[in-house]
Design a binder for this molecule. Structure first.
Ligand SMILES: [Zn+2]
Ligand SMILES: [Zn+2]
Ligand SMILES: [Zn+2]
Ligand SMILES: [Zn+2]
Length: 495
């Protein structure tokens, strides 16, 4: 009780609350009604005073006059856009944006509707179609084509996709851990709107590598990934680069700071009082699936999806991190740093040819680890599951199929996990004592529900995503050679 009073006091007054509020968007979401939210804010440029929180945005929810296809502004940081201060109370309209960013030149980025070869002025990017850009005129007209539908969200983007930050404005703190490609530190970043807590990944590139070429390719790749963002993908605020005395190069990648650390931390460092329920784990799996689906929608492969690269923040909101890093650094670091090999699928070892189904495999291993709190075994380039999951064991098995074609798509996985979660929540939100039960009882209830709902769910999903027919060995080998054309050898992009 005392603790709560103390907390409430701090919430009202004192510096602590001020710095805490710096991370909150001081508006209300017009869909769910949430006020002062911490997730990203999307502001409509057509409707007056219309804001959507990132979670409602991700679900394509809309209300009142607003359509999801309206051009919008995406605030990753409160009151700050593309490194410029913009107050919440200021009128944020097409006109004001035109005044601020109307002179930007988007070199070699054509409008995908009209004849403009390099967009100048405001550029809008479709959040659903891969690499689809519109000039201001075409965005406002709500232009559509076969792929780009009227309800696809359009987001204002800067010519500088990733902001270059001044190293002086970044102050490193304690190390948070050793990531796949370098050390991650807790850090303070003095942005235009104040000092904020961030994470900083420090990468060292040995001397002797063409640093200009590296920076170019680094930026090109990271930009492709930075354009795919959303509620379940770790936010990248910017980067900084500098040369060290021994002429090696260092890169700082500034991302949001996730308070609960990685999924690995969450799974293996659970204190007795902080154990995660099975339902919570299902929410986490849904978050990862949506993040992965979005990456795949944009024709990209993450290539290093595993519990170390999945990060968790307050309320167990989960995001995928390290987008594009595997692809960028692999080329320069001689394959030595590539992900964690124990998560890689058979095709990675057998032919070196892979596609997005590589992510499905590593996703399967990640959720198996999440649900069972046990890591798989890895021997002679093959994985072996040591403990069967109490829920979704058949989905996990399908993700781990030897032949990548039989693995489900990210879209099917997302639909499957959400189907169970929504059904469970609708049964237990009202008139149920679920929330008052001890954790083990709660988990038992989830398992019972899963078993009872399973055959209905399988039918619902099979209707939406008909299972692929198994082919005979002969047709399999001819199909395979045809398929290989779309695959990549040691490269990340399948375009
Ligand atoms: Zn909302
Ligand atoms: Zn609108
Ligand atoms: Zn145009
Ligand atoms: Zn689109």
């Amino acid at each position: 009780m005392k603790k709560a009073v103390h907390k409430a006091f701090h919430h009202k007054a004192g510096n602590k609350s001020k710095s805490k509020h710096r991370n909150h968007h001081r508006v209300a979401c017009n869909v769910c009604g949430l006020e002062n939210f911490q997730v990203d804010r999307y502001k409509c440029l057509i409707c007056v005073n219309y804001n959507v929180c990132a979670q409602c945005f991700e679900k394509h929810l809309q209300s009142e006059q607003h359509s999801t296809g309206h051009p919008m502004v995406h605030f990753k940081v409160p009151d700050e856009l593309f490194g410029r201060k913009i107050k919440s109370k200021d009128e944020i309209t097409i006109k004001t944006m035109e005044h601020l960013y109307g002179k930007e030149q988007h070199e070699d980025i054509p409008c995908d509707n009209c004849i403009i070869q390099s967009i100048s002025g405001l550029r809008f990017k479709c959040d659903t179609c891969p690499n689809f850009n519109l000039c201001q005129m075409c965005a406002i007209k709500n232009t559509t084509n076969e792929k780009h539908k009227p309800d696809h969200p359009l987001i204002l983007v800067s010519h500088e996709v990733i902001q270059k930050l001044n190293k002086k404005n970044i102050e490193l703190g304690d190390p948070l851990g050793q990531g796949a490609f370098g050390t991650v530190y807790k850090a303070k970043w003095s942005s235009k709107t104040g000092r904020r807590e961030v994470a900083c990944k420090v990468l060292h590139i040995p001397a002797g590598i063409d640093s200009l070429k590296l920076e170019k390719s680094f930026l090109r790749e990271l930009s492709a990934y930075a354009e795919v963002d959303g509620a379940y993908i770790l936010k990248l605020f910017g980067y900084s680069t500098f040369q060290n005395e021994n002429s090696s190069m260092s890169y700082y990648l500034i991302t949001e700071y996730m308070t609960k650390g990685s999924l690995t931390d969450l799974i293996y460092n659970q204190q007795q009082h902080e154990r995660i329920s099975l339902r919570q784990k299902l929410c986490i799996a849904c978050n990862i699936a949506t993040g992965m689906r979005k990456i795949h929608d944009h024709s990209l492969i993450h290539r290093d999806l595993r519990p170390d690269n999945i990060l968790v923040t307050d309320n167990y909101l989960t995001k995928i991190g390290d987008m594009g890093l595997a692809r960028v650094l692999d080329e320069y670091l001689d394959h030595t740093q590539i992900g964690c090999k124990r998560y890689m699928p058979p095709e990675f070892y057998d032919t070196g040819m892979y596609d997005q189904k590589l992510d499905i495999f590593t996703f399967g291993l990640s959720i198996s680890e999440l649900f069972t709190e046990t890591q798989h075994q890895f021997k002679e380039n093959r994985i072996q599951i040591k403990k069967s999951s109490p829920i979704f064991s058949d989905l996990i098995d399908r993700c781990l199929e030897e032949d990548p074609r039989y693995r489900p798509t990210a879209m099917e996985i997302e639909a499957t996990l959400n189907l169970y979660l929504n059904e469970f929540d609708s049964k237990h939100s009202t008139g149920s004592n679920y929330s008052t039960l001890p954790l083990d009882e709660q988990n038992k209830l989830v398992c019972q529900f899963y078993k009872a709902y399973h055959s209905d769910a399988v039918q619902i999903i099979a209707k939406q995503y008909p299972p692929i027919k198994r082919l005979s060995i002969h047709s399999l080998s001819t199909e395979k050679s045809h398929d290989d054309k779309s695959k990549t050898k040691c490269k990340c992009c399948i375009q």
